[in-house]
Design a binder for this molecule. Structure first.
Ligand code: UDP
Length: 466
């Protein structure tokens, strides 16, 4: 394992959304145990998310700046989970107002960081790093395929027109996406292009492609075509694929929030035959409309398959906006066969339980990588953001998943959904076999001397030379 003997100091700047922050903190843990000195920049309300990391690695310093005001962000909101995905653009724009304070902090520091490692939603930190005269490393809580698409879109936004299909003819497999499957951030930008503050967003996202290095929570055998594509496009070798991060140890509790429900979850799974349970979860943010919840509930019930369904409790506003809960009386009806988790589930541990044989997922990148690491086949229902891109990779290019539904507002046909679930859970489909093969490859990648292990070493060595 490479270590930074000189204790080179870097600034880590995570983007405040669960799916972005947790993997970057996991990487931060690994850099820290390899001797890299770290300061993490957060706003006050996000500080508690660092607790597991800071208690395991007390040498990590924090830099806390107040969350800058923005007209579209209610006071007290500092994380996407408190506002929903439509909050991404205002949060990106608000955080960019921290530039001046960060520069002043660097100027006053006796041993300032020699690099900035920041989330790809904080592309503007590339320009910040340039002003300070240090390199910026872009961390992608997503895959290389999405990055290749994103880079094209953000560096040439005029080529993507609302309503029309987007073709990426220069990319491996020449993917194409109908407009409503293009990553949401780009669609929102194009659909509101007249808003002048959005120029900053475009500039920020495009700046990612100019970074000094790129780190992905992926592994070579999963996305070699797209990693090589990026290497050729960006013209240098500092492209590191260091995942799946969740196969590496992490600060205790980072992935598991201990909760009294956990005991019940695992005793339920312990009582189920191997690979018999379908785990159902749509990430850290997505909630479904009432009609969608009913259709999903009926589909699960009619499939006859055992399932474990994570259904987030709703806020009063969400209820008023038409979002739905698990239908009344449902839990009783499916008792013994269906288990409902109302709250945060220990997803990684559930996926790795031998009883779990399928994952009905929105195909958020972390969920995809966690399913691969557990060798569990995905039944995909991509809804927004990067999810259609991730689903294309898994279903169409790798043959390791199936699609059961598409679209954030789609109400699935319960009978069709039930049929797809029953069929895919009842036999060893080629997708299930492929999902297990990918797990083997993921395990190889993170082994000492494997592709991800070598890339982690390469990253630490390159940092040590700064
Ligand atoms: N997650 C979890 N428990 C939950 C919901 C989500 O542990 O009840 C974790 C999941 O393991 C993953 C992350 O939250 O690491 C969700 O990230 P993903 O990219 O899949 O989706 P997003 O939340 O960004 O839409």
């Amino acid at each position: 394992m490479a270590s930074s003997k000189n204790g080179v100091h870097i600034l880590v700047f995570p983007y405040p959304a669960q799916g972005h922050m947790l993997p970057l903190l996991h990487l931060t843990y690994h850099l820290s145990i390899r001797g890299v000195a770290i300061t993490i920049l957060v706003t006050p309300k996000n500080l508690p998310i660092l607790t597991p990391l800071l208690s395991t690695n007390p040498s990590i310093q924090t830099l806390v700046f107040p969350f800058p005001e923005h007209p579209q962000i209610p006071p007290g909101v500092e994380n996407v989970k408190d506002i929903g995905n439509h909050g991404n653009i205002p949060i990106i724009l608000a955080l960019s107002k921290l530039q001046g304070q960060i520069i002043r902090w660097f100027e006053s520091h006796s041993n300032p960081p020699v690099a900035i490692l920041s989330d790809f939603f904080l592309g503007w930190t590339h320009h910040l790093a340039q002003k300070i005269g240090i390199p910026r490393i872009a961390f992608y809580a997503s895959g290389a395929f999405l990055t290749a698409c994103f880079d094209r879109l953000w560096r040439n936004p005029a080529a993507g027109n609302p309503g029309s299909e987007i073709k990426f003819e220069d990319l491996p497999n020449a993917p194409r996406f109908p407009w409503d499957q293009v990553p949401t951030l780009f669609r929102r930008y194009k659909e509101a292009e007249s808003d002048p503050s959005f120029e900053l967003l475009q500039n920020s996202m495009a700046a990612n492609g100019l970074s000094w290095a790129f780190v992905f929570n992926t592994f070579y055998d999963l996305e070699n075509e797209y990693l090589e594509f990026l290497r050729e496009k960006f013209g240098f070798q500092r492209i590191y694929s260091i995942g799946p991060l969740n196969l590496l140890d992490g600060p205790e509790q980072m992935n598991v929030k201990s909760d009294s429900i956990n005991g019940e979850v695992f005793s339920y799974l312990d009582g189920c035959p191997d690979e018999s349970v379908l785990y159902v979860c749509f990430g850290s943010q997505k909630v479904l409309k009432k009609a969608q919840m009913e259709a999903l509930a009926n589909g699960l019930e009619r499939s006859g398959v055992r399932f474990m369904w994570v259904a987030k409790p709703l806020t009063a506003e969400q209820v008023a906006e038409g979002f739905g809960s698990v239908p009344e009386g449902y839990e009783k009806r499916v008792m013994g066969r269906g288990f409902i988790i109302r709250g945060w589930a220990p997803q990684v541990q559930i996926l790795n339980h031998p009883a779990v044989g399928g994952f009905l997922s929105h195909c958020g990148w972390n969920s995809v990588v966690e399913a691969i690491a557990a060798g569990v086949m995905i039944l995909g229902w991509p809804m927004e953001a990067d999810q259609f891109v991730d689903a294309k990779l898994m279903v169409d290019y790798l043959g390791a998943a199936i699609r059961v539904c598409e679209g954030g507002d789609t109400v699935p046909d319960s009978d069709e959904l039930a049929k797809k679930i029953t069929e895919s859970m009842s036999r060893d489909t080629t997708q299930r076999v492929r999902a297990k093969e990918l797990r083997e490859k993921a395990m190889e990648a993170v082994k000492v001397g494997g592709s991800s292990d070598r890339d982690m070493d390469g990253l630490v060595k390159d940092l040590a030379q700064l």
